[in-house]
Ligand binder design. Structure first.
Ligand code: C5P
Length: 240
């Protein structure tokens, strides 16, 4: 572990722990194997998930950095740790959807897998007690969660990230069905934070439509670890 002396835990979430570092502007994120679904109602462990998600997220953050998306990633420290810029998290989860699945398929009564003719952008209030309700720009402004300008930034970045990732994943024979992003403020600037992994995205094999993401855990489809390994392998060629 890096900088043992300076390392104080400051936050523990469902899948990650966050520690201070010797630099007040930077934090250390530790990726756990714990898996939860349906707001913590279903719990389990996905063997090596922490290592896989740390590597997959690091890969995506490096790709997005090259493409000019401001984000919190500094560098990967170890198998389970990444160093990030400290953010004041905006309490909004931004979801981008290309294909109807999950909660959207249920809400609008579309079968899962039906292509959305235009990209759908959604905002959710990040609040476990309320079950992360769907909200819109007006709610966000009224609740003081983010300013008009910050909402515009988050929306623009989310759509640009969708373009970048969709194109990239297509070459790896993967369809990006939907994904969730979180943003935060660092020196007044909106930066992409959190993680980008099979925990936070739906990835389907382009040909077989096999699900290669956390839906395998949520829906008890089996081969959960194998799906996470497959994503890392397709992105980086790495087998573990
Ligand atoms: O469940 P739902 O269909 O709304 O999820 C949309 C996308 O957002 C999925 O890719 C899911 O993995 C992700 N998500 C997430 N964290 C949540 C809710 C959804 O990563 N709390």
């Amino acid at each position: 572990m890096e900088n043992q002396k300076q390392k104080q835990p400051i936050y523990e979430g469902k899948a990650k722990q966050v520690y201070t570092t010797e630099n007040p502007n930077e934090l250390l994120v530790y990726y756990k194997d714990d898996a939860t679904a349906f707001n913590g109602v279903k719990r389990g462990t996905i063997m090596n998930k922490g290592v896989l998600n740390n590597k997959i997220s690091s890969f995506f953050f490096e790709l997005l950095t090259r493409k000019g998306i401001p984000n919190h990633f500094v560098h990967r420290v170890s198998d389970r740790e990444m160093r990030v810029k400290a953010l004041k998290i905006i309490q909004v989860e931004v979801v981008v959807r290309n294909i109807a699945a999950g909660s959207l398929a249920k809400r609008i009564g579309w079968e899962e897998g039906r292509k959305l003719p235009t990209t759908v952008l959604e905002m959710y209030y990040k609040n476990d007690e309320l079950n992360d309700p769907l909200i819109n720009d007006y709610h966000i402004k009224a609740m003081g969660l983010a300013s008009e300008d910050e909402i515009t930034r988050m929306s623009e970045y989310a759509l640009k990230i969708n373009q970048i990732l969709t194109g990239y994943l297509k070459e790896k024979n993967l369809e990006l069905i939907d994904f969730k992003l979180e943003f935060g403020l660092h020196n007044g600037q909106v930066l992409l934070g959190d993680e980008i992994s099979p925990d936070t995205c739906r990835f389907w094999d382009s040909v077989t439509k096999e699900k290669l993401d956390k839906d395998r855990f949520r829906r008890d489809l089996g081969n959960v670890e194998e799906a996470y390994y497959e994503i890392l392998y397709r992105l980086t060629g790495e087998k573990a």
